[in-house]
Design a protein around this ligand. Structure first.
Ligand code: NAG
Ligand code: NAG
Ligand code: NAG
Ligand code: NAG
Length: 461
């Protein structure tokens, strides 16, 4: 119902937009006004009936996109920016849970640009795009689209979300995303929005939100040296970046207003692991790690993968029966995490790893080996209570350290870890649920309202 009200306020906006981009003369204004008024009225009414329908039935397959998309056939780029993205909305909408919570300011409003599909939904033709470890860019977009903080009226928005997927161009050689196109694609999106609508220019982009969910965040390069050399693109430096990369010291790739987010792990996959591998509280693997451990790490321009930490783990504990170390990929690795007491989360090229999320979600105590790593949502998740941190230099003493914990406080850590709130906070659901990862992002954004152009105007009025 609130959508109905919001939409009708939109009228002025659509007219302004059109005036801004007008190609014809002034004499068109009246008829344009009339045309848009009719158009908006049409949408308002259909939304009204649509939402009544939503309330009176319990929708399973209905998609909002059908209503809006058929209402407006794109005629120009600026119009396309304001149409609802059809692919993303095909997920069912559950009215019960989209209302975020009282902890997020009720009036927090986010406008989502509807960019042409080449910036986002085209990439979804590859199924991996919405499921791999960098897929937070897709997950957050989806969650926001389905959420109540979304506004269709950019004039009342506190923040502007720019949905560009840059992590889905997977290399045919190694399967990792090739990030070469990330900068130009983002630059072109910014060019598009800044030239067609006034919201970017009026704030210099400071209330615009982007996701940079790969190794070195907004530096868009998987190798630290190149990432630092490239730096954060000039046009993003004033914006808010939701990123998986975070360290406790000053680093050029986080030298920007940012919110640290967890890497993406599919909540459905976690759920199915829990269902298909019930462990009845028994964990028969003591220490688990599966992943790249080079026996002779290559020296790549002066750097070694994982700073040699993973090599040392392999060398020292490979023959230790209590350590279950595997160097090869295995689809069913989540069931191994489920069977394990301690799960090693050593750095790779970047300090963060999806193992952190999977360990917490499956109740295996994460052993973080990545000096100075900053962990996501540390205001909500009490990381010291649910994980262990081992300094990179101490990795050789891992067995001793873990023995000690097992003999002293392991039970307490496991009990803390099994609090469902922790699991929830690290997983992105397609409909925002109270306490889930997207909900945490909204909480963090609501603490950055001073960056919002609209809010700063409200304060000075
Ligand atoms: C994807 O990556 C390849 C290899 O880096 C590159 O040649 C290609 O142009 C990229 N595709 C797009 C659409 O950016
Ligand atoms: C925003 O500023 C740029 C550069 O000054 C300009 O080219 C563009 O037309 C402006 N956009 C709008 C919508 O006025
Ligand atoms: C790694 O290679 C660089 C040159 O790329 C060299 O300066 C450095 O000494 C090498 N480091 C080791 C430990 O071999
Ligand atoms: C458990 O013990 C370890 C090592 O003695 C210590 O570093 C850690 O802070 C303790 N954790 C909790 C939750 O008590």
């Amino acid at each position: 119902m609130s959508e109905f009200k919001r939409i009708s306020k939109n009228r002025g906006f659509y007219v302004k937009m059109k005036l801004l981009n007008r190609h014809g003369g002034r004499q068109d204004n009246k008829s344009l006004y009339y045309k848009y008024f009719r158009w908006v009225l049409w949408i308002s009414l259909s939304l009204y009936f649509f939402s009544s329908y939503l309330i009176s039935t319990s929708p399973k397959t209905l998609s909002l996109s059908k209503t809006t998309v058929s209402a407006s056939k794109p005629t120009s780029v600026s119009r396309a920016l304001f149409e609802t993205n059809s692919k993303l909305l095909q997920k069912p909408i559950n009215r019960e849970i989209i209302n975020p919570s009282s902890d997020i300011p009720r009036d927090l409003k986010i406008y989502i640009y509807d960019l042409p599909s080449k910036y986002n939904s085209d990439w979804l033709s590859n199924e991996r795009c919405s499921n791999h470890l960098f897929a937070a860019e897709v997950a957050i977009h989806r969650a926001l689209m389905n959420s109540d903080v979304r506004t269709l009226n950019p004039w009342e928005a506190d923040f502007f979300f720019v949905p560009v997927y840059v992590s889905c161009n997977f290399s045919t050689v190694n399967g990792f995303p090739s990030l070469g196109h990330a900068r130009p694609l983002l630059a072109s999106a910014v060019q598009l929005i800044s030239s067609t609508v006034p919201f970017w220019n009026r704030s210099g982009g400071s209330d615009h939100v982007f996701v940079a969910s790969h190794d070195y965040g907004a530096c868009f390069h998987p190798m630290e040296e190149d990432a630092i050399a490239d730096g954060i693109p000039e046009f993003l430096k004033k914006s808010i970046i939701l990123q998986t990369f975070g360290v406790r010291f000053r680093h050029p790739c986080q030298d920007v207003e940012n919110v640290l987010i967890p890497p993406y792990v599919s909540p459905e996959k976690i759920q199915s692991t829990i269902q298909t591998a019930p462990n009845h509280g028994k964990r028969d693997i003591w220490v688990f790690f599966r992943g790249k451990m080079e026996i002779h790490p290559k020296n790549i321009s002066g750097r070694f993968y994982s700073k040699g930490v993973r090599t040392l783990i392999w060398q020292k504990f490979n023959r230790n029966k209590k350590f279950y170390l595997k160097r090869h990929r295995f689809q069913g690795y989540q069931s191994e995490i489920r069977r394990s007491v301690f799960c090693l989360c050593p750095l790779g090229w970047a300090p963060w790893s999806p193992r952190l999320v999977e360990s917490v979600a499956l109740g295996c105590v994460p052993v973080i080996i990545a000096d100075d790593i900053r962990l996501p949502f540390s205001e909500t998740i009490q990381w010291p209570k649910i994980s262990l941190t081992v300094a990179e230099k101490d990795v050789g003493k891992l067995a001793k350290i873990l023995e000690h914990v097992a003999a002293t406080n392991l039970t307490i850590i496991q009990r803390n870890l099994w609090d469902p709130a922790n699991r929830r906070a690290l997983l992105f659901k397609s409909n925002i649920q109270r306490g889930d990862a997207a909900w945490q992002v909204l909480g963090s954004l609501s603490k950055k309202l001073h960056l919002s152009y609209r809010q700063s105007r409200l304060l000075t009025q």
